[in-house]
Design a binder for this molecule. Structure first.
Ligand code: FE2
Length: 363
C-alpha cells in the first residue's frame, strides 16, 4: 500500500512508540519519521501512558513484554482512556497468547519481532487510513448536524413570521381588536423594563405578548366577534384560546417561559382564572405582566358592547382588580408608568397611549 501520510509537520499523524530496547526504539523512531509520521517515544508501559496523557496520539506502536506493566496493560488503558487510538503490537515468536489478548483488548494488528519494515509500514498506513476515515466521518457528521440545525432554525423563523402575520390579519378584520397584540406587546415591554427584567427575558416577554391570543385563530369568527352576550358554551370555547395558542406554537417555539406566558395570561391571582386555576406566584411572571397589559388595553379600547374607560376610571378599575385578578406589584408599577405618561402628555387617551408606547422599541 502506498503511504498516505501527508508530509506537512502539522498534518502528519503522531505515532507513540513504546519499546524498552533503546536501539530498536531509536531505529523505529527514525524509519517511521522517514515515512512521514511524527513520533514520540517511551521505554515502558507506564511511561507510554504518561506520554499519551500529555500529548494524545492517534496511533500507538507498543512492545508486548517490557519491565513493569507490559503492552497488554498499556493497550487496555489506552483503549479505555483514548478509545479512538489505534494500537499496533510488537511481539516475540513465543508470545502468541499475550498477543491474542492484545487483539481482544482492541489492538488492530500484531507484528513479529524483529519487525519486517514492509509489514510495519503497511500496518501504519492502514492505521493512518482508519484515522483519516474517522476524522472525515466526524467532520461530515458535524457538517450535517450544522446544516440540519440551520434549516430547523430557518423553518422555525419562517413559521413564526407566518403566524405573526396571521395574528395581525385576524385582528385587522375586527376594528375593535385591531392592533391589540402590538399594543399589549408594547405595554408589556414598558412594564418589563420598569420591573428590571433582563434583556433576554424582555425578548421572551415581547414574543409571548405579541402572540398571547394566537389561539383565537382556531375559534370561529361568529363567536369571537359576536356583538351580543355569549352563551355559556361560547364562553367556554373562547376560554380554550390560551391552551390552543400553546398547542399551535409548541412545534415552533420551544421556550417554556414563552409558552407558559401564553398559556397563563388568563390565570388570576385568586386562582379563579383559566385554564389551570393557578394562583399567586404559581402563575408565571411573564403571564402576570401580560395580564395587566391585556386588561389595560381591553378597558381603554372601545368594544361593541361598551365604550372605553377614561384613564382615571381605568386606574380605579386596575386598583380594584389588584390582588384578586391581577398581581398588585405589577399593577402598582403600571400605575406609576401611567402617571408619568399622563404628566408627559395630558389630553386625549390616544396621545397618552403614544407617549407611553413610543419610547419602547424592541427589547
Ligand atoms: Fe387572551
Amino acid at each position: 500500500m502506498e503511504p498516505t501520510m501527508p508530509t506537512d509537520e502539522h498534518d502528519s499523524l503522531l505515532v507513540t512508540v513504546v519499546e524498552d530496547d533503546r536501539l530498536l526504539r531509536e531505529m523505529l523512531q527514525q524509519v517511521i519519521t522517514v515515512w512521514g509520521f511524527r513520533v514520540q517515544t517511551a521505554s515502558s508501559g507506564e511511561e507510554g501512558l504518561e506520554v499519551l496523557c500529555l500529548r494524545p496520539a492517534p496511533i500507538l506502536l507498543t512492545d508486548l513484554v517490557m519491565p513493569g506493566k507490559g503492552g497488554v496493560w498499556l493497550v487496555r488503558e489506552v483503549r479505555k482512556r483514548f478509545p479512538e487510538t489505534i494500537a499496533l503490537v510488537l511481539t516475540g515468536q513465543h508470545e502468541s497468547e499475550p498477543a491474542i489478548e492484545c487483539l481482544n483488548a482492541g489492538a488492530l494488528r500484531y507484528l513479529l519481532k524483529p519487525p519486517c519494515l514492509h509489514d510495519l509500514r503497511n500496518a501504519l498506513n492502514v492505521a493512518a487510513e482508519l484515522v483519516n476515515l474517522r476524522r472525515e466521518r466526524a467532520s461530515y457528521q458535524e457538517d450535517l448536524e450544522r446544516t440540519v440545525r440551520r434549516q430547523t432554525q430557518r423553518i422555525r423563523r419562517l413559521s413564526l413570521s407566518g403566524i405573526k402575520s396571521l395574528n395581525i390579519a385576524l385582528e385587522a378584520r375586527d376594528p375593535y381588536t385591531s392592533g391589540h397584540s402590538q399594543r399589549v406587546r408594547r405595554y408589556s415591554l414598558a412594564l418589563g423594563k420598569a420591573l428590571g427584567l433582563e434583556r433576554r427575558t424582555l425578548r421572551k416577554l415581547a414574543l409571548a405578548a405579541c402572540l398571547h391570543d394566537i389561539g383565537k385563530v382556531a375559534i370561529a369568527e361568529s363567536i369571537l366577534n359576536k356583538p351580543g352576550r355569549l352563551t355559556v358554551d361560547e364562553h367556554r370555547t373562547i376560554q380554550r384560546h390560551p391552551v390552543l395558542g400553546e398547542k399551535i406554537l409548541r412545534p415552533i417555539i420551544r421556550n417554556r417561559e414563552v409558552l407558559g406566558a401564553i398559556r397563563g395570561h388568563h390565570e388570576r391571582m385568586d386562582g379563579k382564572g383559566y385554564p389551570d386555576g393557578l394562583s399567586g406566584e404559581q402563575i408565571p411572571l411573564l403571564a402576570r405582566i401580560i395580564s395587566v397589559a391585556d386588561c389595560f388595553d381591553a378597558v381603554t379600547t372601545i368594544r361593541p358592547y361598551r365604550g372605553a374607560l377614561s384613564l382615571s376610571e381605568t386606574a380605579a378599575l386596575l386598583n380594584e382588580l389588584a390582588g384578586s385578578q391581577l398581581d398588585p406589584h405589577i399593577v402598582a408599577a403600571w400605575l406609576k408608568l401611567i402617571k408619568g405618561a399622563v404628566d408627559a402628555a395630558p389630553g386625549p387617551r390616544e396621545a397618552f397611549r403614544e407617549a407611553l408606547t413610543a419610547p419602547t422599541g424592541r427589547p
